[in-house]
Design a protein around this ligand. Structure first.
Ligand SMILES: [Zn+2]
Length: 399
């Protein structure tokens, strides 16, 4: 059996499969290939070197009250060893088809990063012992996919950035307890603190890897806290001096621009996302940020600011650097379902079954956050220097 999953989708949706499913039959309705965000027609490009998730949606024919078998599934890639689904391993295919906003009645496979170029995938539903269907043709789907990247060889798309870290001096005693320090010196954090932020940010970015390295030879920085605000809620306005220090370092190292430096502040942001991306006179990007220790927030600030560095503005009309062609001025994610793979695997649907917004774009400041096709596609064009682009009009990214 060799056909595209799209023809299967159309066939089953029209009730005109070849062969026509009989009562009691089950089949694959649709296969989604996603590395974070995807549309229903699988138009968001897949990238070499980035883990891929294969979601398999199934449907059963219960006409006349017919029972359908509970099935398992397996995936093979390039004829390799079968891969078992992650999470749900047995599904009784619903008469209305799997719900794409959940993982409870569909299969989810995790495929390790694949090299650039073409790969052959085969998905099979596995019937329980003794169960039969009128035709086994609807139980499998087989197709080729291309993992995209730079140039004719589809080389993995990576971005490089540099990191530095600084601390504060002259922190007023009234701030010590909140800051978690016991003297007026707030030490710089090790740049290794950025590791979890990078791991959690990468799934949101159209990159195989985000390669963040300590800026060679850079010392730990130190600036006066310059406390501002009231005693209970204020903080160190010296972060602006910390950012200026990072700017001097990157401009000295790369006077021709085109590089990005991440300046790690000593503060931890709690349940807020605190950072900024600015461009130096030399054309380098400076991202200052506070880390988030909460696993569900780790990486969101870095991903957001890095998307700015890749040329993507905010999605909500109430914010500065507003993308006027973002199709949903409320910043909502849209009619898509995102797979967030780190630090825990879960889905963020853009809307609920009634169409009400649930997920928000990462370039908004609302939660839960995922990267819309608009943001992903726009950043992908920058990151790949135009080698990999989404189809025109997909979520208005190219308007
Ligand atoms: Zn922003």
């Amino acid at each position: 059996m060799n056909r595209t999953y799209l023809s299967c989708l159309v066939a089953l949706a029209l009730g005109a499969c070849d062969p026509t499913p009989h009562p009691g039959d089950v089949g694959i309705e649709r296969v989604e290939l996603t590395q974070h965000i995807q549309d229903i027609a699988n138009q968001v490009p897949l990238l070499a070197g980035k883990p891929t998730f294969v979601r398999v949606f199934v449907r059963g024919n219960t006409e006349g009250g017919a029972a359908v078998p509970t099935v398992g599934a397996r995936l093979t890639v390039d004829g390799g060893a079968p891969i078992a689904p992650t999470g749900t391993t047995a599904v009784t295919p619903p008469a209305t088809g799997s719900d794409w906003r959940t993982t409870t009645d569909s299969f989810l496979f995790e495929v390790p990063a694949l090299a650039g170029g073409s790969h052959h995938l085969r998905v099979e539903l596995v019937l329980p012992a003794g169960a039969t269907v009128s035709s086994e043709a609807n139980l499998d789907a087989e197709f080729d996919v291309r993992m995209r990247g730079r140039g004719a060889s589809d080389a993995p798309i990576s971005a490089r950035a540099w990191s530095v870290s600084y601390g504060y001096t002259d922190v007023p005693m009234s701030y010590w307890q909140r800051a978690g320090i016991t003297s007026s010196t707030w030490p710089a954090r090790p740049v290794a603190d950025l590791g979890p932020q990078v791991a959690s940010a990468t799934p949101y970015l159209p990159l195989a890897t985000l390669d963040l390295q300590p800026l060679p030879g850079a010392p730990a920085g130190s600036v006066p806290c310059n406390y501002m605000g009231d005693a209970a809620t204020g903080g160190c306005a010296g972060y602006l001096d910390g950012r200026a220090w990072g700017q001097q370092l990157i401009d000295a190292a790369y006077p021709n621009g085109g590089e990005t430096i991440v300046v790690l502040q000593p503060e931890e942001a709690g349940n807020r996302l605190l950072g900024a991306d600015t461009v130096t006179g030399r054309g380098n990007h400076v991202i200052n940020l506070q880390r988030n220790d909460h696993p569900d927030l780790a990486g969101l600030t870095l991903a957001h600011e890095f998307l700015h560095a890749l040329g993507v503005g905010h999605t909500a009309s109430t914010l500065d650097f507003y993308e006027t062609s973002y199709p949903r001025p409320d910043g909502s994610l849209g009619p898509y379902v995102a797979v967030v793979s780190a630090p825990r695997l879960h889905l963020i649907p853009g809307d609920d079954a009634s169409g009400a917004p649930v997920g928000r774009d990462i370039q908004s400041y609302q939660f839960p956050q995922a990267t819309s096709p608009f943001t992903y596609c726009k950043a992908l064009r920058t990151a790949s220097a135009g080698d990999v682009t989404c189809p025109r009009g997909l979520d208005s990214w190219d308007r």
